[in-house]
Design a protein around this ligand. Structure first.
Ligand code: GRF
Length: 187
């Protein structure tokens, strides 16, 4: 199988990045992670790029042209899919148009419910019966593109923010890989 070159954007712990790297070692997994971008110099996830010898860029988003710097690097590495994994910056419409290839994201709720931040708090406050995660295509509206894979679980009476977060993240690692396999299934 000819694998697609992927770039993963992170800002924090990078557990989804770690899981995608692990999956990509599988001969049949459709992507190889060729580049990691972080907007946060302290992101723990950078470690996973380092220990797996994956080129990475820590980008200063205070620079006006920072998205152009990313686009240039992405071209250089012949990236054909961007996987957002906890990246805490909004991707501009201009970036989406200029990249003109696939961008996907993982969100810790059952979209279209609970777009944006603080999802676990809002899920509990709203007394939801179920929650989960969604892998979706990225468009110019926040957490709005077409769903690729959604995975859910029932909320228990004694669940709290911490336990819901843990359960959601565990499911995210499965959902992200499943979404990528699904996207390229017919290629
Ligand atoms: C995940 O919960 C993801 O849904 C959200 O940010 C978190 C990133 O976690 N967008 P990690 O950095 O992959 O551990």
């Amino acid at each position: 199988m000819v694998k697609k070159n992927a770039c993963v954007f992170i800002s924090g712990n990078g557990t989804n990045l770690k899981s995608l790297i692990k999956n990509s070692r599988n001969y049949n997994f459709p992507i190889n992670i060729k580049l990691v971008i972080s907007n946060n110099v302290d992101a723990k996830g950078i470690l996973f790029a380092k220990i797996n010898s994956i080129p990475y860029l820590i980008i200063n988003t205070k620079k006006r042209n920072y998205e152009n710097l990313i686009l240039n690097l992405i071209k250089k590495h012949k990236i054909s899919i961007i996987c957002l994994a906890g990246y805490m910056k909004i991707i501009s419409k201009k970036f989406i148009n200029e990249f003109d290839k696939i961008i996907i994201n993982i969100h810790p709720s059952l979209l279209p419910k609970f777009k944006g931040l603080n999802t676990f708090e809002r899920v509990l406050k709203n007394k939801e019966k179920k929650t989960g995660c969604t892998v979706h295509y990225v468009n110019e509206k926040l957490d709005n593109g077409r769903t690729i894979v959604q995975k859910s679980f029932f909320i228990e009476n004694d669940d709290e923010i911490k336990s819901i977060k843990q359960k959601t993240q565990k499911l995210e690692h499965v959902a992200y890989a499943a979404a990528i396999i699904k996207m390229y299934r017919n290629n």
